[in-house]
Design a protein around this ligand. Structure first.
Ligand code: OSB
Ligand code: MG
Length: 370
């Protein structure tokens, strides 16, 4: 039995090495909400993947701070103990929605649990790999030459798959240019829900570029239009925003809305929920890969551990630390080794908080006794 002692929250702001533009926003600074739980003298960490504004999802770092402070913390105070982190999902189920807030706290509990077992998290999760294949997500650029230069640089570093962010007006031309210049590269696109079904003629054109997948072309909460699109497109559809729970993943698979799922543990409400999607995907032979939300080293470490599970078979949006930050708040930085990210082998997440850097980038923090 693990007895919780303290909960802390930290809001941090870390400058990104380069602006990251998508169909929904342009970010220059990463806003993150970090969670720590202390139990039996062990400190566990989680990172909330919500963004600074309600663009990717309804949740933001501020809504997560509010929900954790006002609703999740009282639940922890009422229960105080857990024997396995998968119990928290049910404890938090009285709170409707807010999967990213719940996931951040659950993550800290998984870190504590693995540390108490003196095992790296991937072993506790049933992971089968010591390194995971790295892909990179390339934001919308100001012009094609600068995009080609960025892609060339990433390929030289060894990334195994390039994902181009697209939106109406920045789609066929950049995809064609990258495909012509790099005919053999594993290439995919991510629209972050920027298209409508009436854009079908443009989306059909994407079939010409030998893409691995098109990620979330239509509405953020849609399944049925994705089913219709899947029936006319030969490129596999991958869903990201639409999958906010294991139940929704099951619906998507049953309906034929996607052939591939991008798993973000935060988006679906935590590792326990993500494990349920993994079981479904194994059963239904749906390839998975681990998405990213420009996480700091804390969230990235969790993604790396999750991506070691057997159903995660495609390259991930898990890139080296230096692709995101000059200085991260966790050490050591993640580095690429022949196109792979090695899995941390120390207990738990296997990264150390750099307190100096955490406190320097921290804009607000609070600690409660549980
Ligand atoms: O849609 O996958 C996405 C970043 C922020 C929000 C949404 C997405 C992304 C990325 C970057 O594509 C992935 C990463 O490298 O962390
Ligand atoms: Mg996406």
């Amino acid at each position: 039995m693990i007895k919780l002692e303290r909960l802390s929250l930290f809001l941090v702001e870390l400058p990104l090495v380069s602006p990251f533009a998508t169909s929904f926003s342009e970010e220059r600074v990463k806003h993150a909400l970090l969670v720590s739980l202390t139990a039996d003298g062990i400190m566990g960490w989680g990172e909330c993947v919500a963004g600074s504004g309600p663009w990717f999802s309804a949740e933001t770092v501020e809504t997560a701070r509010y929900v954790i402070s006002e609703y999740i913390k009282p639940i922890l105070s009422a229960h105080k103990t857990f024997t396995h982190p998968s119990e928290l999902r049910r404890l938090f189920s009285s709170i409707r929605g807010h999967p990213m807030a719940k996931a951040a706290v659950e993550a800290a509990a998984w870190d504590i649990y693995a540390k108490s077992q003196k095992k790296p998290l991937f072993q506790v999760l049933g992971g089968v790999r010591e390194e995971v294949p790295a892909g990179v997500s390339v934001g919308i650029h100001r012009d094609i030459p600068s995009l080609l230069a960025t892609v060339e640089g990433y390929l030289a570093e060894g990334y195994q798959r390039i994902k181009l962010k697209i939106k109406p007006g920045w789609d066929l031309e950049p995809v064609r240019a990258v495909r012509e210049r790099f005919p053999d590269v594993l290439l995919s696109v991510d629209a972050n829900a920027a298209y409508r079904f009436s854009d079908l003629p443009t989306l059909k054109e994407l079939d010409r570029f030998g893409l691995l997948m098109v990620e979330q072309p239509l509405g953020f909460d849609d399944l049925l239009e994705h089913v219709r699109l899947a029936q006319t497109l030969s490129t596999p559809i991958c869903l990201d925003e639409s999958i906010d729970s294991a139940h929704r993943a099951w619906e998507a698979v049953e309906l034929g809305a996607c052939r591939i799922i991008n798993v973000k543990q935060g988006r679906v409400g935590g590792i326990t929920e993500a494990l349920e999607i993994h079981a479904l995907a194994m059963d239904r032979k749906i390839p998975l890969w681990c998405g990213g939300m420009l996480e700091t080293g804390v969230g990235r470490a969790l993604n790396v551990h999750l991506a070691t599970l057997p159903g995660f078979t495609l390259p991930h949006d898990i890139s080296a630390t230096k692709r995101y930050f000059r200085e991260d708040i966790a050490d050591p930085p993640f580095e690429l080794k022949d196109g792979f990210i090695p899995v941390p082998q120390k207990p738990g997440l296997g990264v150390e908080i750099n307190w100096d850097r955490l406190l320097r980038s921290c804009t607000w923090s609070r600690t409660w006794k549980i």
